[in-house]
Design a protein around this ligand. Structure first.
Ligand SMILES: NC(=O)c1ccc[n+]([C@@H]2O[C@H](COP(=O)([O-])OP(=O)(O)OC[C@H]3O[C@@H](n4cnc5c(N)ncnc54)[C@H](OP(=O)(O)O)[C@@H]3O)[C@@H](O)[C@H]2O)c1
Length: 337
């Protein structure tokens, strides 16, 4: 199948130019049930062929497994792509199933060395703070991240799930290239404060879970359809009455998809990508998939143009969603602002 070249967008004023859609690699090693490593590797390669250049991982995805999994692919294509990873979800040595948020300088220094080693690279292109530890001043956290840039261990800085105030304070210490937060037809809370702040500061937005963790594609309608161990089984939006109510909200998405001869996934991605124009900032969603055919499908979303009338059908969905995007919203930007 031939595809039109994927348009590009810049990550922040000084950051790299990347394909306007990235690839979320988390599910290849963590969270979403069993994966086929061969198919995941083929997905990484197919994405690159199609112009996807921003690859997203984190040290927390499978306690380093996802970074290790990406290493051979990175070695083969180092100059063709931008690798983004994250720190902050530490594993206490005596409680391996728990995660503790840490933003303190000694922890960050240890985390970056471990990620560099697992990814088998000399430098991380985009290094994110994954979650905010409110006990450490953001200036201190970004201060040490900026030192990593000066030392050549990291090229650009990003923040995930920060408030507008935290973003402003961080950006005053060192330019922030990207904010990564959940943003989709089902999750629009960041549009109130975080997105306008990013637009004002010249920071790009990297929406995670732009497919609502798969729910917006219609591929599952309730938690019970997911395999044991899939962490979505615990998410409030996919369980019990919430799941049934939320599945009904997909009707307008189906109608718009039918009008375009497109899939639900493509409409969900076209919608989030088109928010770039509404807010005046670069928006580079990172849908997660482990299947080459789905990358092809998802990339094509960049060519879909939704009309004002269609946006009028899709925009009100988020305010009707039942259940929070996490069981504990304290760790999200919305939970703090
Ligand atoms: N910063 C953070 O706190 C944070 C949090 C969560 C995620 N992330 C990042 O964001 C990335 C994306 O988020 P996500 O994976 O949670 O959610 P997502 O992109 O909204 O959805 C991923 C799910 O959708 C399925 N899918 C993908 N394309 C599809 C298509 N065309 N048709 C049907 N199903 C499709 C995938 O299944 P298959 O894999 O089987 O195709 C997977 O189950 C992650 O990989 C991770 O890198 C960051």
């Amino acid at each position: 199948m031939t595809h039109a070249p994927l348009p590009t967008a810049r990550l922040g004023a000084h950051g790299p130019e990347v394909g306007v859609q990235g690839l979320g690699c988390m599910g290849m090693s963590f969270g979403y049930g069993p994966s086929d490593a061969r198919e995941s590797r083929a997905t990484l390669e197919r994405a690159l062929e199609l112009g996807v250049t921003l690859y997203d991982t984190a040290d927390a995805y499978g306690a380093g497994d996802n970074e290790r999994f990406l290493a051979p692919f990175l070695a083969a294509h180092r100059d063709e792509l931008v690798i983004a990873t994250k720190f902050a979800l530490s594993i206490p040595p005596d409680r391996p199933t728990e995660r503790v948020i840490r933003n303190d300088p000694p922890y960050i220094r240890q985390a970056v060395e471990a990620s560099l080693k697992r990814l088998e690279v000399d430098v991380i292109d985009l290094y994110y703070m994954h979650r905010r530890d409110v006990n450490v001043p953001i200036e201190e956290t970004v201060g040490v991240m900026a030192e990593l840039v000066r030392e050549g261990k990291v090229k650009h800085l990003g923040l995930s799930e920060v408030t507008a105030a935290e973003l402003r304070a961080a950006h005053a210490v060192h330019p922030i290239a990207a904010v990564q937060s959940e943003w989709s037809l089902f999750s629009r809370d960041i549009e109130a404060k975080v997105v306008p702040a990013a637009a004002e500061l010249g920071v790009a937005l990297v929406p995670y879970s732009p497919l609502g963790r798969g729910f917006l594609t219609g591929s599952f309608a309730r938690a019970e359809e997911l395999t044991e161990g899939d962490f979505r089984r615990q998410q409030p939006r996919f369980t019990g009455e919430n799941a049934a109510a939320n599945a009904a909200l997909l009707e307008p998405v189906r109608a718009v998809a039918a009008a375009h001869g497109a899939s639900l996934a493509q409409i969900a991605l076209a919608w989030v990508q088109q928010r770039a124009e509404a807010h005046g900032l670069p928006v580079i969603p990172i849908p997660g998939t482990r299947r080459p055919g789905r990358v092809e499908e998802n990339v094509t979303a960049a060519t879909i143009r939704l009309t004002e009338e269609e946006l009028g059908l899709l925009d009100p969905i988020a305010e009707q969603v039942a259940g929070g995007r996490y069981a504990d919203m304290a760790f999200t930007s919305a939970g703090r602002e």
